[in-house]
Design a protein around this ligand. Structure first.
Ligand SMILES: Nc1ncnc2c1ncn2[C@@H]1O[C@H](COP(=O)(O)OP(=O)(O)O)[C@@H](O)[C@H]1O
Ligand SMILES: [Mg+2]
Length: 382
């Protein structure tokens, strides 16, 4: 039997408190609220009155996978987790190292690492507004904000010493194409789609994406990318300083994947939590002009393939995360973003069906991007 949410949370909460007591012996540790996530166990806590975020991975896979029974029943999860917490290559050990790389050789602003102890990552909060919140509050700045984040990250990750550090412990778990392959390869992928409740629409989406991914790789893909560049993972501090990043998934890859994730999650935010008035329209024209400007900067010969790849990865990422939200157990607390997407699942699935339809055609990159945006606009404003 798959483990229950309450039991997994109780185990993880205990492990967070144990790690905090080891990291700060004698300190007063008070557990705070759990931050909803489908991936990790994230909990706020006070250590001698100082507020921190604690983050823990259960067995190295997403919480949804654990709760679906992929790591066995509760006693098996407990046993595997005990070993995982102290394994040197665990996800949180690599994330701690990556935060040091970002703050060190990459010279980017990151959430301050307070401690890494027994599989638990402790970071200090950064006050400010996330890129997601800022685009909704000031939609006219969408192009400028997206460009700033993409440039800032690319500049940082290209600095000397970053690639060598990342090679000692990449986080490939968040890669779009890797995640898609993990979820949808073979028969188990099709069975999994049945469980979303939208199998009829999503079967064809996945088949089209699987065919379309057999394209030659783009030039310029050997560098380091952020890997999980979502609009929730960049915070703009209240004092107007540089964006501060969290939840890195640094890996070798092509930077188009970072742009794809940023765009995919921006659009999902609009579909799942439709903003008032003209906001969605303004955000989408900002996104459009941001993408066109990125494409214009490439050599003409690369533009077409870059846009094709962007659209393919965008649609894969949207499919990856929609299906995760739809297969999460009903009692797993979801973030407002995730709950919004799940509440609008029919709209998103229908959008994916329409937006993947042109993939098998020989449409060029610019046309695919235009068709993609047309489908987004239709879904946002039916
Ligand atoms: N140091 C921090 N400061 C502010 N918010 C944080 C911090 N750490 C985590 N969070 C919040 O918790 C959420 C989940 O944490 P995250 O590191 O993204 O884990 P996950 O792997 O589950 O996505 C983040 O999107 C953010 O809202
Ligand atoms: Mg995250």
């Amino acid at each position: 039997m798959p483990p229950k949410v309450g039991d997994v949370f109780a185990m993880a909460g205990e492990q967070v408190l144990t790690a905090a007591r080891i990291a700060w012996p004698g300190a007063e540790v008070v557990a705070g609220p759990v931050t909803p996530s489908v991936t990790s166990y994230v909990q706020q806590l006070d250590v001698d009155g100082r507020r921190l975020y604690a983050k823990l991975s259960v067995c190295g896979v997403s919480l949804v996978s654990v709760l679906r029974g992929e790591c066995g029943d509760l006693p098996t999860v407990r046993a595997r987790q005990a070993a995982y917490l102290v394994s040197p290559g665990s996800l949180m050990a690599r994330e701690a190292a990556q935060l040091r790389t970002l703050a060190g050789p990459a010279a980017l602003a990151t959430v301050p690492l307070a401690a890494y102890t027994r599989g638990v990552l402790f970071t200090a909060p950064v006050p400010g507004r996330t890129l997601a919140e800022l685009m909704t509050a000031e939609p006219g700045r969408t192009r400028e904000l997206l460009a700033l984040v993409v440039r800032d990250v690319a500049d940082g990750l290209a600095r000397e010493g970053v690639a060598a550090a990342v090679d000692t412990g990449q986080i490939r778990e968040r890669g779009i194409a890797d995640t898609f392959a993990r979820k949808f390869n073979g028969l188990s992928g099709l069975l999994y789609l049945r469980e979303t409740g939208y199998g009829a629409l999503l079967d064809v989406v996945v088949i089209r994406l699987r065919k379309a991914r057999r394209t030659p790789s783009l030039p310029g893909g050997g560098g380091v990318i952020f890997g999980d560049l979502k609009p929730e993972h960049a915070t703009f501090p209240v004092d107007g300083g540089r964006p501060v990043y969290l939840d890195p998934g640094l890996m070798r890859g092509h930077p188009v994947a970072d742009t794809a994730k940023l765009a995919s999650r921006t659009v999902l935010g609009l579909l799942g939590s439709p903003p008032e008035g003209d906001t969605a329209r303004t955000v989408l024209s900002g996104l459009d002009s941001f993408v066109r400007a990125m494409a214009r900067r490439l050599p003409a010969a690369e533009r077409d393939a870059w846009l094709r790849k962007l659209v393919l990865l965008l649609l894969m990422d949207t499919t990856n995360i929609l299906t995760t939200y739809l297969t999460a157990p009903a009692d797993l607390p979801l973030s407002a973003h995730a709950a919004g997407v799940r509440d609008h699942a029919h709209t998103v699935a229908q959008f994916l069906d329409r937006a993947t339809a042109p993939l098998p055609s020989d449409a060029d990159g610019p046309s695919l991007w235009r068709l993609y945006l047309t489908c987004v606009r239709k879904a946002v404003n039916p």
